[in-house]
Design a protein around this ligand. Structure first.
Ligand code: SIN
Length: 331
């Protein structure tokens, strides 16, 4: 796999030269931004805001084209496509980078962060910032973190304690940590692209999935899942990413304006994320299409007890110091 990625890095260098050599002569440089979620989600709104800001500030020189809903690439293909110069920006979930670095698996550890304030604190600190650079050797540049929120468990069966999930099939993102988390409760994890989740649930090919309120709402998972357990057991966060060749091929002044626009768009997206986590939860409850189960402290403690040993399993790959630093951000 790493050989394949290195070959892609070399190809990206050629592609970037072609882009920068011909770009300004033939109209604005196109910055294709590909993502898999709906436009009204935190990521969708962030990408559209970024497009607008770049459009205002660099009109005629750069044009951001946003491709939502996996229209251009799914998250399983987008990073390779980026290295080939077929797309310039994306914001895959942190769970989808494990082919590029094992360090970002930290963000998938169950029950590591108690809330989004802890996530924010960790990401702004030295370890969080170092992790942002962890994909640098593979020809990619992490431009910033973007939040979605905490994940909940949806299922065809009411889940109150871990034993309720025993024997069920859950769709997961392409993460070994998430696979271990579901195996810990006796369930079968299946790595599937986001674009397939609704159909898999609707046809009952799988029993459940984990996601945030905004993804469960915008992709209508709640209409085909009779139960959602409010576990807040894990994090769904993103890294906005570009290729090193594209990024470093930009004139310094333009790169600074694009980065400033992105930082502002991310701040906007984070505000949207905080609001949507509450609003979309309420819309789902009000719809009466599904039952939202709130756990008692004793029930939640059982999920923590069964899932938390996953931390030790991945300690070597992630780094114990990194896990300790993340855990401390809760204090
Ligand atoms: C996303 O929010 O980008 C997709 C998350 C998923 O694949 O579940």
């Amino acid at each position: 796999m790493f050989q394949k990625i290195n070959a892609l890095v070399a190809t990206a260098a050629v592609a970037a030269l072609l882009v920068s050599g011909s770009a300004f002569a033939s109209g604005p440089v196109k910055i294709k931004f590909s993502h898999v979620v709906a436009e009204n989600t935190p990521k969708g709104q962030m990408a559209n805001k970024f497009k607008d800001l770049v459009g205002e500030r660099l009109a005629g020189k750069y044009e951001v084209e946003v491709f939502p809903n996996s229209q251009l690439f799914g998250d399983n293909k987008v990073l390779e496509a980026m290295l080939l110069g077929d797309v310039q920006m994306a914001a895959p979930a942190l769970s989808k980078y494990s082919r590029f670095t094992k360090k970002l698996q930290i963000y998938d550890l169950p029950f590591l962060f108690k809330d989004m304030a802890a996530v924010e604190k960790f990401q702004k600190g030295p370890v969080g910032q170092e992790l942002l650079g962890s994909i640098g050797k593979k020809g990619l540049v992490g431009l910033g973190y973007l939040h979605n929120g905490m994940k909940q468990l949806s299922s065809s069966k009411a889940l109150k304690v871990p034993a309720d999930a025993d024997g069920l099939k859950f769709r997961i993102m392409s993460s070994d940590v998430l696979a271990a988390q579901f195996k810990a409760v006796g369930a079968t994890p299946l790595k599937k692209p986001f674009s397939e989740v609704f159909t898999l649930l609707q046809t009952k090919a799988i029993d459940g999935q984990e996601n945030t309120w905004s993804n469960i709402y915008s992709k209508k998972f709640f209409e085909v899942q009779p139960y959602i357990t409010e576990t807040n057991h894990g994090l769904l966060d993103y890294m906005v990413v570009t290729s090193k060749e594209f990024w470093m091929g930009l004139p310094d002044a333009d790169r600074a304006v694009i980065k400033k626009s992105l930082d502002e768009a991310i701040a906007f997206g984070n505000d949207v994320a905080a609001k949507k986590a509450m609003d979309d939860r309420k819309k789902i409850i009000d719809s009466k299409r599904t039952e939202v189960i709130e756990l008692t402290d004793a029930e939640r403690a059982q999920w923590v007890e069964v899932m938390k040993p996953v931390w030790v399993e991945f300690e070597k790959e992630i780094g114990k110091d990194n896990i300790d630093a993340a855990y401390k951000s809760n204090m």
